[in-house]
Design a protein around this ligand. Structure first.
Ligand code: LER
Ligand code: MN
Length: 268
């Protein structure tokens, strides 16, 4: 289990569940000071992940890139893979392709979260699932061609009507025969939607490509009521070797949330 911590470069998401919000250089320095060797970056657009910007900072702080988010396509640009407007859907795919390409230069997968569609839709869910399936087939193939993967993330019911459980994501990937896709298991969303977090991780073990390591209240693991022991045990049993990345609120502050995350993964 490799620990990672989230860095948000999007002013519109300043109150979002990310540990560090203070700019790339400062966030990387704080991540390293808390003992991390990898960061997950939430950027406003693909150009913010340009090699010429990102590589020197990561190298300066001895950090790898664990993953890159695509949610700013929605938060900043109001793009969605399931918008009624075909032009918006195309721009959404272009945005995600750009993030995949940028992350791939660092060996980092891109995450599909909010761009899958929200809690209300402009079209019926069947139509939206068709478009979402088309997109994951295309994005997965693009990620694969770049030597990386595309992370499909189920979200809780208050954030999406599309993929809410790991089973939903696994079913869509299988039904559409999407290659290059794995599933992001966000423990905060799973705490709301899954019957059993550890049971689900065991059932879908080979498909789990990334974990958002968050407690029930979306604070650092250990600050809510999720039992992390059985989850770590399930991840170990299934041979999970990916990141456990803290996508959590910076409470009581970012540095302490980062340190608590490290403590919760000690010996894992
Ligand atoms: C993205 O990783 C996520 O978990 C969503 O809740 C976006 O806020
Ligand atoms: Mn997440």
């Amino acid at each position: 289990m490799r620990p990672a911590v989230t860095v948000c470069l999007v002013p519109q998401a300043a109150r979002g569940p990310f540990v560090f919000h203070g700019g790339l250089e400062e966030s990387c320095a704080r991540a390293r000071a808390a003992g991390f060797e990898a960061v997950e970056v939430f950027a406003p657009e693909p150009s913010a992940l340009a090699e010429s910007t990102l590589r020197p900072v990561l190298e300066r702080h001895g950090l790898s890139l664990a993953a890159v988010g695509t949610g700013a396509g929605w938060v900043v640009h109001r793009l969605s893979l399931v918008a009624a407007d075909a032009g918006i859907r195309e721009r959404a795919r272009e945005f995600i392709r750009g993030v995949i390409t940028a992350g791939a230069k660092f060996g980092a997968p891109a995450i599909l979260g909010s761009m899958q569609g929200g809690a209300t839709l402009e079209v019926d869910r069947e139509q939206a699932l068709e478009w979402l399936g088309d997109a994951i087939v295309e994005m997965g193939a693009h990620a694969r061609s770049m030597g990386t993967t595309f992370l499909v993330e189920p979200l809780n019911r208050y954030e999406t009507v599309m993929l809410r459980t790991v089973e939903d994501a696994a079913e869509l990937i299988a039904r559409r025969g999407a290659t290059g896709c794995t599933i992001l298991a966000d423990l905060f969303h799973m705490n709301i939607e899954e019957h059993s977090i550890e049971g689900t991780l065991r059932q879908h073990g080979p498909l789990i490509g990334h974990v958002h390591w968050a407690d029930s209240n979306r604070q650092a693991m250990g600050l809510g009521h999720t039992a992390s022991g059985p989850i770590l045990q399930a991840l170990k049993e299934t041979g999970y070797r990916g990141y456990c990345s803290a996508e959590i609120f910076p409470l009581p502050d970012g540095d302490e949330a980062a340190r608590q995350t490290m403590r919760s993964l000690k010996g894992a």
